[in-house]
Design a protein around this ligand. Structure first.
Ligand SMILES: Cc1cc2nc3c(=O)[nH]c(=O)nc-3n(C[C@H](O)[C@H](O)[C@H](O)COP(=O)(O)O)c2cc1C
Length: 405
């Protein structure tokens, strides 16, 4: 690697002041479910895994999606959940990240209509709740939440955020992306409510996510970091959009900024993909132009396939490290975003950041789908983040159960 290339990357290794916290560099490990929780509590290996990535140089680690303390949040038996009973396990993870030299946010999550209905998981008796009982247009599951239930769910986000704070987290990330509950509010296709929380106006659709952010801010105080993860794409629909126009995006971003967001984690499958015709700016760069909050981009850094191609379609990933890093450096230096999240590469190589910094590109271990899907070993049906994969496994389980009866 040439010294010139090394200096192009150097700005990515400068610290960033995020609210009251100083991050050592611009690299983030985003939330990634591993299926290593039991009854919502992380197994000790999850803390070890985070510690190793922190030692490996990543400045900020976001925990895997953690269900909030509400019965309707998830039925996944191997997913995280943050309540009083599981808090100590999450404290161990946060401690481990800090020991390794990174900061940590806990990702707060609710599946909404994507949650399994029926079944035999935790709180299976509880109804599946969402804005309008829709996974996507024409695909119903569960029922719309009443206003009273919405306020219970908002309180559950706050309760889990306060437990994260008590457990030592630097902040939380509110999961508003990928087709889960808060994204179901943001997306017109899944939010047909007529009570001021839904419909064709983005200002109404952002109201519930913004109320959650504001309630966490009020309870947790000014110094606690609040990140909001957003996306246009959904696991069930890659072409779906919460904001069709720049005006819609601006209304949404401003409402969330006003509510107290410090960081927008803008999830795209490819960080370099232009969002609107006529400009090469990605979604993160557009968000950055609309807020004073910090912005984190993500998607296929160093890899030739995006997350869904590699997990759903099983496409082989080749490394495109040097060309990808050059594009990353170009966009970062232009001011498109403040932080960059690197997902799969941090799974496959815990020292990815340190190796990139040192220019040891040939030592980087490339992501392989087997790193997250290990049939016969872990709970393979539960480690992939994908709703489709999880639903397929559930359908197979249900079919088997009904054959037995
Ligand atoms: C195994 C796995 C689990 C994931 N789980 C989550 C999750 O819990 N929460 C979330 O917001 N995104 C999740 N994602 C998406 C990642 O955070 C990230 O956005 C995605 O992998 C794209 O980054 P990459 O191209 O660098 O891998 C997951 C991704 C993977 C590979």
């Amino acid at each position: 690697m040439s010294g010139a290339f090394n200096s192009e990357l150097e700005p990515l290794f400068e610290p960033l002041q995020l609210n009251g916290t100083q991050l050592a560099n611009r690299f983030v490990m985003p939330g990634m479910q591993r299926g290593w929780c039991r009854d919502g509590r992380p197994e000790p290996r999850l803390a070890d895994y985070y510690r190793e990535r922190a030692i490996g140089g990543v400045g900020l680690i976001i925990t895997e999606a953690c269900a909030v303390d509400h019965e309707s949040a998830t039925q996944g038996p191997y997913y995280g959940r943050l309540n009083r009973a599981t808090m100590e396990g999450w404290r161990d993870c946060i401690k481990a990240a800090h020991q390794g030299g990174a900061h940590m946010l806990v990702q707060l999550w609710h599946e909404g209509a994507i949650r399994r209905s029926g079944g035999d998981g935790p709180y299976a008796h509880f109804p599946t709740l969402s804005p309008s009982g829709l996974i996507q247009p024409g695909n119903p599951n569960g029922r719309p939440a009443t206003t009273a239930e919405l306020s219970d769910i908002r309180d559950a986000f706050v309760r889990s955020a306060m437990l994260a704070q008590e457990a030592g987290a630097d902040g939380v990330e509110v999961h508003g992306a990928h087709g889960y509950l808060l994204d179901q509010f943001l997306w017109a296709g899944t939010n047909l409510r007529e009570d001021g929380y839904g419909g064709s106006d983005i200002a109404a659709r952002v109201r519930f996510p913004a109320e959650i952010v504001a309630a966490i801010r009020e309870a947790a105080g000014p110094d606690f970091i609040i990140s909001f993860r957003m996306s246009q794409w959904k696991e069930i629909d890659f072409s779906a959009r919460v904001a069709d126009t720049l005006d819609d995006l601006r209304i949404m971003v401003e409402a969330l900024t006003c509510a107290g967001v410090d960081l927008f984690h803008v999830s795209t499958r490819r960080f370099f993909q232009p969002e609107w015709p006529g400009s090469d700016l990605g979604l993160a760069a557009w968000v950055k132009s609309m807020t004073d909050a910090a912005v984190c981009a993500v998607g296929s850094v160093g890899l030739s396939t995006d997350i869904m191609e590699s997990l759903e379609a099983g496409k082989e990933t080749s490394s495109e490290l040097e060309s990808s890093l050059a594009e990353l450096a170009r966009r970062f230096r232009r001011g498109d975003f403040d932080l960059i999240a690197v997902g799969r590469s941090n799974i496959s190589d815990p020292h990815w950041v340190a190796k990139v910094r040192a220019g040891r590109f040939d030592e980087v271990r490339r992501f392989n789908r087997e790193d997250v899907l290990r049939p016969g070993q872990d709970n393979s049906a539960n480690v992939a983040p994908s709703f489709l994969t999880a639903r397929k496994a559930e359908a197979e389980r249900d079919a088997l159960e009904s054959q037995k009866k």
